[in-house]
Each structure stands twice: as C-alpha cells, then as structure tokens.
Design a protein around this ligand. Sequence first.
Ligand code: DSN
Length: 412
Amino acid sequence: MKDEAIKQLMNREVERQNRGIELIASENYPSKDVREACSSIFMAKYAEGYPGKRYYGGCETVDEMETLSIERAKALFRCRYANVQPHSGSQANFAAYRAMLNPGDKVLSLALNDGGHLTHGSPVSFSSADYTFVHYDLGNDGRLDLEIIKRRLHEEKPRLFLAGYSAYPFAIDFAAMRKIIDDYNAQAETPCLFMVDMAHIAGIVAAGLCQNPCDYADAVTSTTHKTLRGPRGGLILTNREDLAKKINFAVFPYSQGGPLEHIIAGKAVCFLEDSKPEFRAYMQLVLDNTKACCDELMKLGCVCSGTENHLFLLDVLSSFGINGKEAQERLGEIDITANKNMIHGDTLPPQQASGVRFGFAAATTRGCTKEDAKEIAHIIYDALKGEADKQKLISRVQSIVSRWKNVLELEA
Ligand code: DSN
C-alpha cells in the first residue's frame, strides 16, 4: 500500500479493534476468506441486471458466482428465492417495501425507540415519507404482546405487518404472528402482508437456533454482516414467485445500479460458512456468552432486560444513575465499545437514552468464553460504578483480549 495516509489509518483501526472488546450487537468480524472475496477482482466488474440478463458484456464468471451466492442463500435459509444485490439492510427494506406496497400504504411496525429500526417508519427516514407507518407497543414487561399486535392489526388495517428488530432481546414467535395475520386476512377487505427484517438475528436463524421467518413471512430482509458474519450488505428472501419478480425489479433497476459483485462473492463465502456445524456451535456460544454477561450483571444488582438472543439492554440510569451516553463514553475510555440505547418506556431523549445495548457476536468470533463474558460483566459494572481505577480496568480488558485472536487472523 503506497498511500501512507490511508495505510496509517487502516493500521490504527486494526490496532483499535485488536486492543478493545467489541460489544456493539450489530458488529462482527468476517473471516479471512470473506475479506479475500470482498477485495477480489469482482470489484472491477459492471454487471447491471441479473445472471443471464445483464446490460454489459463479460459477465459469464460473475453470472456463475452470483448464481452460486443466490443458491447458497436459498439453501441456508430454506427459501425459494433470494436477491443478494442490496447494498445494505436499508436498501433491502426500501426495495421490499416497494415490491409489496404503493406509496402511502399503511405499515404496522415497532417504533425505533422501542427496538425497531430507522427504516421501520422513523420520521427521519424515507420510510415514513413514502408510507404511512403506525406502531404497536410492547407489553409492560418489554416483550412482544400478541394480543396488542392483534388489536392494532384490527384497528389500523395495515397493508403490511413488519416484525424484526434492532434492540429486542427476546425470541420472536413468527408462527404465532403468521396465525394472527391469517385470521385477520380471512375476514379483511384488503389482506395484510407479513414482512420480517431479520438483520440482527439472521445468524441465529441460519444456525437453526430460533424459528425461521422464511417459513412464515411473505418477504424477509436482512443484512449479511451482523450475526451472519459476512460482508457489509443486504439480502431479500421470499417463497413467493410473484413477489420475487417484484423484489428483483425494486432492487434493479428501480433503486440500485451496478451490483457490488465483490461483496456478493463475500456473501457467497459467508452463506457456505454459516451452513457448517462449526457456525452453529459458534452461534450457540454467542447466545451462552450474552446470557452469562447479562445474568452476571443482574447478580451484581443491575437492571437488565434479560436475553434470549445475541443481545441485551442494561438500564444504566436505574442501575448507576447515569445516562446511556455517559455510560458509552466511560466504557469507551477502557476500550469496551458499546452503544447507548433507548429502553422500553425511556424517559430520556435518544441522544442520551437510559440504556446501553450489548451483544456478543463479535467478541465470540475472537474467542470470548463464558468465563470471559462473566469477567466482562464485572469490568462493565466496575467502570459504570465509577469507583475503580481506570488503568486497572484497562489492564483487565487487556488480559482478556490477550487470549483472543486478532481481528485479521480469523478463519471461518
Ligand atoms: N445500525 C444497526 C444496529 O446497530 O442495530 C441497525 O442497522
């Protein structure tokens, strides 16, 4: 690399990531093979269109590769159709909405502040400008409440019901949601479609450790870089031929131009990696580590959400009398990276928030054990209590990461 400025920044980022404990629930470290595919010569190829129907010559190899990526995605999620071209989860959601809705149509979703996503109808996102979003609440216990969903469905009569979340720590009963929608549709004038944004839990789905939303939803969107541990990108799945055609059109030519074929190659590598027993074992350990850290914090007297997946929320306002922003900064000072997050019924604005979201997908990829996860809980507790010596806390973090693999040395 001759570009000294960029080289230095790259090295600094590698050093930061090796030094720290990454607990942002949406991050992960892809394998060397995924990274190699993503930096391959496929990045130099224009291939607007789809395999066999491109707008450029020289697409023979790219066609074969993208077809392989599609086939692997379909096999991994046991689904009939896959579009691997979305550049991101937001692009995937944009296209899935376009395929299923007309502008202005009503969508019933969980709000961002309750654990949804920007593209699930936040006022600052295209989603709320293009469609009419209304929301369902969580129950008093912070869990999805099927009775509330049923009631809101009948009240609002939406064209689309949206499940799948960015900060929801519990299992989701997609089968029960499908039944509620089917019962509603049996007597509704306009049927309601069912979409799941599984970006956060896609790896858990791939590992077969939770219900597969593809078995129940009309369309499923995802990112490929969170628990799925692939390259940064998006994915759309469906079992419906009519929707598959509309989804393909909505991705290209409607909302995207040339696909990122190098990233599609990285996705193909990740889909194969994720179909192996080793990935299932990894994902089980992610769940175990997340629970171990959450349980330990609760044993120490903290107010936590509990967890049934790869993340949990710590109510730092109730537990330590500080807001999420301050907690995020204190943890950052000792090389633990996490993000402030609204908690159910939050009284603080999003810039402050009362909680912090923690996830163990990235740390587990590097080698985090259950014992490490418990020790991390104690470090978090000591850091947020504000009484421990900062240098000692940094040494405790260093002692853990010294046992882990470096971020550029990860095999599948
Ligand atoms: N920004 C992602 C997250 O952190 O959950 C969602 O896209």
